[in-house]
Design a protein around this ligand. Sequence first.
Ligand code: PEP
Ligand code: MN
Length: 338
Amino acid sequence: MIIHIKKTALKSDISLLRDYLNNHNISFNEIKHLTEILLVVEDQNNQSLPDRVGSFACVSHISMVQQPYKLAAKKTLNQQTIIQVGDVQIGANNFVVMAGPCSVENEAQLEITAQTLVKAGIKIMRGGVFKPRTSPYSFQGLGLEGLKLFSKVAKKYGLLIVSELTDSKYLNDFIKYVDIIQVGARNMANYELLKVLGQINKPILLKRSPSATYEELLMSAEYILAGGNSQVILCERGIKTFENYTRNTLDIQAVLALKELTHLPVIIDPSHAAGRFTMVSPLTLASLAVGAQGAIIEIHPDPANALSDGAQSIKLERFVTLIDELKTLSKVLNTHIT
Ligand code: PEP
Ligand code: MN
């Protein structure tokens, strides 16, 4: 059960409600969600509770959410969450492209990639500096020095950046240098990390683990929302299936399902899904067609020599063409590419 507090409620009236719940041993979490104060009450057998609580002066309305994720549930908010990052809106009637290398490698690579994004009218650049690699012998990323370099180049070109945080010990650096903090598929269920990210005021790009259900993904989002950070973007990045021709299988239905279940924006990652550069453009177009609110795409000036994920990175020229293709398709769909 979620108790929505009136925007005009008096502090003293909210205290009366808190006292009532405490006196009846009803545990609740009080959360500031966007402009609302919400009291999330654990599911109760107590049938008369909604009526009793609903009569308090500070209460606007009660929503009964059956799903275990309360704040992420579509019903709780009843409107699409729109996340503002710089001058980009994620979750509005647009398709937001984030693109860049899998890993930040050097300044020249960042420069030419940034120039390509600017030319294509794209505002958000991706790049990993802490790389969660399957093998400890593979390139692990340039770390904080890479992050500073990434931030410097992005600023020069007026770009926003998204990068993956693998350990909360780097949180302050990420708050300083990064516009969207990515939680990778491997960390989707790192609840301690999610709790920390719930405490900050920064958009979080939460990737679905390849073996997580929609509900598990939404429960991970709930950890961030429950801490008071309402800026969560969900990302479908391919799931494990029996097929091994591709790296993973893009669950394109996830976009439709998640849009039925939640008010949070949903984007896709065609690169880690397919693991093959030839499939990246068609999958991105399909994602736009199916209603995704954006995509995060790996691009590289020289994929054959990329330090990570070269096989799934598209060349810069192909990326420019993809943006043209997306723009053409967006006209039919009555949306636009950012
Ligand atoms: C990435 O975006 O570079 C990445 C490692 O993705 P994922 O967490 O989805 O594997
Ligand atoms: Mn990658």
